[in-house]
Design a protein around this ligand. Structure first.
Ligand SMILES: Cc1cc2nc3c(=O)[nH]c(=O)nc-3n(C[C@H](O)[C@H](O)[C@H](O)COP(=O)(O)OP(=O)(O)OC[C@H]3O[C@@H](n4cnc5c(N)ncnc54)[C@H](O)[C@@H]3O)c2cc1C
Length: 357
């Protein structure tokens, strides 16, 4: 009988939890350690794509996310208060025909519950301190002083990944200038409770409102104050959280070094335009778990590195388009958006592409 795989996952964000769940579904209960003392309370990523839902369907997690989330059916683009473009998020062939919005802490809770139901448990307040790979496995030391050996180590420990550093993998890229900001708010009478609403304000500045619950919204902007950047009135009754942060665009040079594997933000990060970050991590994790159990591990790094590179490039193209500061490019963008709005088949094609991407 084959020896059972002994796998350590560092990090219980959406990537680590997906890897744990997908391994557990295949009969491998990994050891999952998380530096935080408790599950994260932060809403962070809010958009869930049809691809992620399809991957999380066999475990039953997709049904729970769909039941808890907001179904987003449209994207609307405004310049000030003038509507330029409405794109329908609709695909007849996608697993989930629209886009789903749910705060990340709720997604993580659903993943952790499903992992627990299969016999797994996240060990909080315990972090990876060092890792040394050899051809047969990985020796690790944890913050409780324990030294142990595992067949594989999955680094799902985010942008500052210690796993990545232990594997001596470079994180190539750059930081974007300026601050971005989010605000999670309760608001009354917002007219678009099931749409992404983007408003173009000052040159190069954009703010997007995403519904994340009943009368609850995420506002995100490439300015230090998301609510001030919104170029139309939002009647805020409560600010649940507001934060400003810088954005980096980076990717690991390789995703596997012997038996150490990187996934999620440990392997890539980029701007939130398009909402792909968490979803890319979920895809990495599902693919890695499958290949660890079913074989084909050698292809994990090249395949996911390519997917990550293409996603980062597409995200950067979209970011540059919507944040173009020059008056000429902005005028061109505004004219093009108004024109597209009059061409039904083109709008539907763009919307279908956004759902299926
Ligand atoms: C404010 C904000 C808004 C965002 N908005 C969006 C959005 O709208 N759409 C989108 O797609 N993405 C968004 N993101 C990005 C998204 O949150 C990340 O892409 C996603 O969380 C990546 O998941 P992950 O599991 O790879 O990493 P993380 O969620 O960062 O999880 C890594 C985990 O590893 C733990 N850890 C770290 N070091 C160790 C160690 N040595 N040992 C054990 N555990 C360790 C950390 O505590 C953490 O819990 C946002 C991020 C932020 C900060």
């Amino acid at each position: 009988m084959a020896k059972a795989l002994n796998i350590l996952i560092a990090g219980a964000g959406p990537t680590g939890l997906t890897a744990a769940l997908e391994l557990a579904r295949r009969g491998v209960i990994a050891t999952v350690i998380e530096r935080r003392k408790t599950p994260s309370p932060f809403s962070r990523a809010v958009g869930i794509t049809t691809r992620s839902l399809q991957l999380l369907n066999p475990s039953g997690v997709a049904d729970r996310l769909i039941a808890e989330g907001v179904t987003v059916r449209k994207a609307r683009l405004y310049r000030g208060e003038r509507r330029l473009l409405t794109i329908p998020f609709q695909s007849e062939t996608a697993f989930f025909p629209h886009i789903l919005a749910l705060p990340q802490d709720r997604t993580e809770r659903a993943l952790a519950d499903a992992f627990r139901a299969l016999g797994g448990e996240v060990r909080y307040d315990l972090a990876l301190e060092s890792a040394a790979p050899d051809p047969e496995g990985v020796n690790v030391r944890l913050t409780d002083g324990v030294e142990a050996r595992f067949d594989h180590l999955i680094g799902a420990d985010g942008v500052h990944s210690l796993t990545r550093k232990a594997a001596e993998v470079a994180y190539h890229g750059h930081d974007l200038p300026g601050k971005w900001a989010i605000a999670d708010v309760d608001a009354e009478d917002w007219p678009h409770p099931t749409a992404f609403t983007a408003t173009l304000g000052a040159p190069g500045k954009i703010a997007v409102v995403v519904p994340i619950g009943v009368k609850r919204y995420r506002v995100i902007s490439n300015t230090p104050d998301a609510l001030k950047a919104l170029a139309m009135p939002l009647e805020v009754t409560n600010i649940r959280r507001a934060a400003a942060f810088t954005i980096s665009v980076r990717q690991a040079g390789r995703y596997s070094t012997g038996r150490i594997h990187l996934a999620g933000d440990a392997a890539h990060c980029h701007s939130p335009v398009g909402g792909r970050g968490m979803n890319l991590g979920i895809s990495d994790a599902a693919e890695l778990a499958r290949r660890l159990v079913e074989g084909g591990l050698d292809d994990y790094s090249p395949l996911r590195e390519k997917e990550g590179r293409e996603t980062i490039a597409a995200t950067e193209r979209a970011r540059k388009l919507v944040t173009a500061p020059g008056p000429a490019r902005r005028a061109l963008f505004t004219t093009a958006a108004s024109l597209i709005d009059r061409i039904g088949p083109l709008k539907r094609r763009i919307g279908r592409f956004a759902v299926e991407a």
